[in-house]
Every structure is written in C-alpha cells, then in structure tokens.
Design a protein around this ligand. Structure first.
Ligand code: GLU
Length: 448
C-alpha cells in the first residue's frame, strides 16, 4: 500500500472513530477521500502538514435553543445550529435548513460539501451551513415569523458580512430570510450583506431564486455542448418541487426538453405531456399546497405514492432535486436500465455512495451536487458583491455571469478528471479542483 493510501485510511479511521453516529457526515467525507489520492501523490506537503486532519474538523460548531410560542400560546422549543466549517477562502457561506430531519450529522455533511462547492465557484466564500429541526409544514405565517425572530436572536451574535453569511436551503426561502433579516437589523445594524437570498425589495439579487435550478441545467448544457449535443428534444426526470426543482424545470423547458415528473415527500407526478409549470408554481409558491393538488387540476397527470426513483420509466436526463440519499444503488441501476445517460444533482448528495459509484463505473455522466448545484451559492456571492457596492445588477447580467460560472465549473471538473486519467469522473474532478484551491489557501495561512 502506498504512503498516500495509508494516510487516507488513517484519516478515515480517525473520523469514523470520532463521530460514529454521524452517517451522513461520514458518507460525505468518505466520498471525498475516495477520490483525492492522486492529488495527494502530487502534493506531499498535504500529508507532511496533516492537512486532512485540519480540514475535516469544523472551525466552530454552534448549537442553541430556539424557544418560540405557537398560535395557541403553547411554549415550543427547537434546536438551532450553525456549522462554521472552513474560512480559508472567505466568510463562512451556506444555507439554513429548516426540516425535522436536521441534526448535526446532516449539517456537517452539508457544510463539508459546501467548502468545495464554494471553492469551485471561484468566488471568495468559505463553507458553512446551519438550520433547525423546526418543521415549517402546516405552520402559520405568524408562527414562522416568531420562530425566525427567535432563531436570529441567538444567531445574530455569530454572523456578519465578513464573518458568516447564511442563506436559504430546504424550508427557508424569501419569506423566512425576510423575517431573519428584519430581526438581525433590529439587533445589530443594516448590513445588507449579512444574509443572501433576500427579497428584491431589500437588496436581494435578481436571478437568485432561479439560480440553483438554472445553474444545474447550464452545467448539463455545457457538458452536452462539449459533445456537439444539446438539451432540446430530450426527456427529463426531475424530483422535488421546491425552488431548485421548479427552476430546473423552467430552464429545461426553455431549452426544449420535456420534463415529465416532479415530486414531494409523499409521492410524485408523472405528466407525459410535460409538467405544467405555471400550475406547479401556483400550487407550491402561492397556495403552498401538496402535489396532490396538481392531479386534481390536470387530466394528463397521474399521482403515485412513494419515490419517483422506484418507477420504471424511460428518460435520458435525470435531475434529482429533492434531498440527500434519494437514489440508492437499486434506483441507480433502474435509471441506467431505462436509458438515463446524464444524472445532474440539484440537491445535495441525492445519490448514495454506492449509487454514485455505479453511475461513474457505468459511463454515466454523473454530475455531483457540489459542482452541478453551485449556481445558487455562486449567485449568493454575487449578491454579496452587489450589496458591498450598494448596487443591484440586472437579471440579464446576473444570469449571464451564472452561465459563465457554471461553464467554468464544468470545465474545471472535466479538465481535472482528464488530467488524472479518469475522463468523465466528475466526482474526482469536482473534489480535486475544489480541494486544490482550499488546500493551497490553508497551507499559506498556516496552522490556524
Ligand atoms: N443552500 C444552498 C446550497 O446548498 C445555497 C447556499 C447559499 O446561497 O449560501 O448551496
């Protein structure tokens, strides 16, 4: 066994021993470690300085109580978190997730991935993530407001435009960011750049809402263009029905694909005529209803309970845009059997380690989330630039920059994979090209 392999195994063992009860975090680190050996061989200074031990330990973990009162006057308590994982390239940057599944393991995996995703954007942002096990489902607007205010009462002590800049994620959109911003402003000062994904009325960026969904489609557009192909006329599967899924569907339709599916946590829709996007937006963004409402209003659509990825259905493109580990190895095999040649992740880590390995070893163009869904955080960084300039750029300008950034990320993944003799292994490409930037900055900043 080479020295490098030994070193990687030593780190892996240590991490598994340190946090045996954090499966999602271990999964994200294992995936990362499984690809970086060739880079370590070329860069002995990483092992010499034991940089992997430093890298895999978050700089700071915050956990706090979030007390709030429901509409009936009952006292409620949730857990709030912020993981400030790595600040080598800039202030900690990453979303807040409000979902009952949220725990330290999930947020550490998300924050760890965010380090490399943010590095890939080429913009000056470090990696962080946060959130709460609060379940926004079924809560009134007033309850959401009270929860957000209480959450920010504590979080405001630890964030700032040059320190840590949260944004949205699952369960946190413009409404929540608005309430969070209001409370931050009351407690501290009008720092527009302390949160991104803000509503446009108070210095959000145009295109931020669309950015993650558009970005994942731009990534695939550049990938196909490299092979003199395009998206037009192709059949696509999309999972999820949140912000990422909706705007991936919008861009796919604009570029001429037929998107036949979307899903929520209970089930999924198949509409062979193509998803009716204005109806979907009305249900999810305006009425805030479940997807079952779609079939009641659309004769061509069918609703099924369970996971979209359990269905035998043919398509060429797959965009998992729901949540982590939605595609297991069985589902990966099913997709490949049914003709999928490109899998692009709008969600974070939607494929299990086994599923991802299956895609890569079967010649599928598998575009991992940390590269393919970086458009959201990239436009967040552009929002920070606009806020610092006290300017608001046009939709067209931000959109063009987003497209350019996604092209560069695709190119970096591709070139790095080719460079290491593993053409089309975008997992390796994304991990090594992201890590390279972070590692170089960390080494130059010394042991901090
Ligand atoms: N939550 C998004 C992500 O997973 C965006 C984070 C941000 O804009 O800071 O990348």
């Amino acid at each position: 066994m080479s020295n490098t392999t030994n070193y990687i195994q030593k780190i892996q063992t240590k991490i598994h021993e340190n946090d045996p009860h954090q499966p999602e975090f271990l999964q994200a680190v294992d995936e990362f470690l499984s690809t970086i050996a060739p880079f370590l061989e070329d860069h002995p200074e990483i092992e010499q300085n034991d940089l992997l031990s430093v890298l895999t330990e978050p700089e700071r973990l915050l956990q706090f109580r979030v007390p709030w009162q429901d509409d009936q006057g009952n006292w409620q308590v949730n857990r709030g978190y912020r993981i400030q994982f790595n600040s080598a390239l800039g202030p900690y940057k990453g979303g807040l997730r409000f979902h009952p599944s949220v725990n330290l393991s999930i947020l550490k995996f998300l924050a760890f991935e965010q380090i490399f995703k943010n590095a890939l954007t080429g913009l000056p942002i470090g990696g962080g993530k946060g959130g709460s096990d609060f379940d926004p489902k079924g809560k009134s607007d007033q309850e959401i407001m009270r929860f957000c205010q209480s959450f920010m009462l504590e979080l405001s002590k630890y964030i700032g435009p040059n320190l840590d800049v949260p944004a949205g994620d699952i369960g946190v959109g413009g409404r929540e960011i608005g309430y969070l911003f209001g409370m931050y402003k009351r407690l501290r000062s009008y720092d527009a750049g302390v949160l991104t994904g803000k509503p446009l009325e108070f210095w959000g960026s145009l295109t931020r809402t669309e950015a993650t969904g558009y970005g994942v489609v731009y990534f695939v557009k550049h990938l196909l263009a490299d092979q003199q192909k395009n998206i037009e006329g192709r059949k696509a599967l999309v999972s999820g029905s949140g912000n990422v899924a909706i705007y991936a569907i919008e861009k796919l339709q604009e570029l001429g694909a037929t998107v036949i599916s979307c899903s929520d946590s209970n089930g999924y829709i198949i509409d062979e005529n193509g998803i009716d996007l204005s109806l979907l937006k009305e249900i999810k963004e305006v009425r805030r209803e479940r997807l079952t409402a779609y079939v009641n209003e659309k004769a061509s659509a069918q609703y099924f309970e369970g996971s979209l990825w359990d269905k035998e259905i043919s398509a060429e493109l797959a965009f998992p845009c729901a949540t982590q580990n939605e595609i297991d190895e069985e589902a990966a095999k099913r997709l490949v059997r049914n003709g999928v040649s490109v899998v692009a992740e709008g969600a974070n880590m939607p494929a299990s380690l086994e599923a991802a390995n299956y895609f890569v070893s079967n010649g599928i163009y598998y575009c991992p989330g940390k590269a393919a869904n970086a458009g959201g955080v990239a436009v967040s960084a552009l929002e920070m630039s606009q806020n610092a300039q006290r300017l608001q750029w046009t939709f067209a300008e931000v959109d063009a920059r987003l497209d350019g950034i996604m092209k560069e990320i695709y190119q970096a993944c591709y070139d790095t994979a080719v460079n290491y003799g593993q053409k089309n292994n975008f997992v390796l490409g994304a991990n090594i090209s992201g890590f390279e930037k972070v590692a170089k900055a960390m080494l130059r900043q010394g042991l901090v």
